[in-house]
Write a protein that binds this ligand. Structure first.
Ligand SMILES: [Fe+2]
Length: 412
């Protein structure tokens, strides 16, 4: 081997890791007999119901065993076996070959408030471990929840630490709200696999309440085909529009009304926009809860002028002001901002909602003018811990490293 050919070989070897950045899609990991991607979602009445969803190899039935959790192992003797709904799905995904999976879901109803239940899922032969959750109290009572912005990129390798630090520091969170763009490519099953691996068993014990972002949509208003199959969110969105099922929902939790608004459709589909506004107004006008929190992906007030979402703001801001929404949780801008904005807009006096933009994953935008924000940051991954009680709502943002970064208290 000549010196020249040795140098050439060396150059090729060094070039190889760079070329790996354009790696082909990994082969699809088909589900097996073992239940996987187990996730809880709050029902519309979380004091008396809880939804669970998971998947397995195609062709298998879905069963749930449910019992009130006891201090010792005897609870398993009292478990009731319940059949789940099963959707044997064939889905064209980015990876090959085609995905074949049985998606199972069950809304467990008739539950007692403020009670710990144990459950497991399976096909009658192959079972998950027993997982536990607590139902909501039937009346207003202090609780905390987590808000997580876009996970989206390097979901398992780099976004997971934000979620996991949140679950570590607020392990007693009643649920987790996820603000959309959970994944980057709507047709990638591997990215959903990363999202489920990031939360792991926590998704089976702490309900996840996601709203969709633009990355959950393909071209046009076509939602990722897994979304409706892998989440069982409250089916109380705008009536008669199937495309908003499981993307617009609301639930009342211990004195707080939480509402998800499908921002991509609100922005891009006039028919959906009209339906969402018509659905939202009575939810805000006839709200027996002390607190109201909205979650949607596109921020009403952006971190960069060129990312303005005028249509979203025009549709929602008058309702937010009129009905005194307390907190608006948002994502999409890959930075951090938090500010209170009254009816006359940023910088003007007058009470208004508190608007938050946050990102959990590693993708960052530079940011620009953020004159509406009392606190803002670039290049900062955060999770938010929100403590709700009768008199006040305490909002805290922590960085992925666990540093308290921002704090505000809303009082009534
Ligand atoms: Fe986005």
């Amino acid at each position: 081997m000549t010196l020249r050919s040795m140098l050439l070989l060396g150059a090729l070897l060094f070039a190889a890791p760079l070329a790996a950045q354009e790696a082909p899609e990994p082969p699809l990991a088909q589900p097996t007999v073992a239940p996987e991607r187990i996730v809880l979602n709050l029902a519309a009445d979380p004091a008396h119901a809880m939804a669970v969803t998971w998947r397995s190899a195609a062709g298998l039935p879905g069963l749930v065993e449910l019992a009130e959790a006891g201090d010792g192992p005897d609870f398993v003797e009292t478990a009731t076996r319940l059949p789940a709904q099963t959707d044997d799905a064939t889905i064209a995904v980015r990876e090959t070959p085609t995905l074949h999976a049985a998606y199972h879901s069950l809304t467990m109803t008739g539950l007692k408030p403020d009670t710990v239940y144990a459950y497991r899922v399976g096909d009658g032969t192959h079972w998950s471990e027993w997982l536990q959750f607590r139902t909501a109290a039937a009346t207003a009572r202090p609780f905390r929840f987590l808000y997580i912005g876009d996970m989206q990129n390097q979901i398992l390798s780099e976004a997971s630490r934000t979620l996991r630090m949140g679950l570590r520091m607020a392990g007693d969170a009643a649920f987790v709200v996820q603000g959309g763009d959970l994944i980057n490519r709507h047709d990638s099953d591997a990215e959903w696999g990363e999202w489920f691996a990031a939360g792991g068993y926590a998704y089976g014990q702490t309900p996840q309440m996601p709203t969709p972002g633009n990355h959950e949509y393909g071209r046009g208003p076509v939602l990722n085909p897994q979304w409706q199959r892998q989440f069982t969110l409250p089916a109380n969105g705008p009536a008669g529009l199937d495309r908003l099922r499981d993307t617009c929902w609301s639930t009342d939790y211990q004195g707080m009304r939480l509402i998800s608004i499908d921002a991509p459709q609100l922005h891009g589909v006039p028919e959906s926009r009209a339906a969402i506004v018509e659905w939202l107004e009575p939810l805000l006008a006839h709200n027996p809860n002390r607190w109201t929190v909205l979650v949607l992906h596109f921020p009403l007030f952006s971190l960069e002028p060129q990312r303005d979402n005028e249509r979203v703001r025009d549709a929602l801001k008058p309702l937010i002001d009129k009905y005194k929404v307390d907190l608006v949780l948002q994502g999409h801008d890959h930075g951090y901002g938090r500010g209170t904005i009254g009816p006359d807009g940023p910088g003007k006096p007058g009470k208004g909602a508190t608007y938050v933009v946050a990102v959990a994953g590693p993708k960052m935008y530079d940011g620009g003018v953020r004159n509406w924000a009392e606190k803002s940051a670039t290049n900062t991954q955060t999770f938010q811990v929100i403590d709700v009680s009768e008199r006040e709502l305490v909002y805290r943002a922590y960085t992925a490293a666990g540093r308290l970064f921002d704090e505000t208290t809303l009082r009534k």
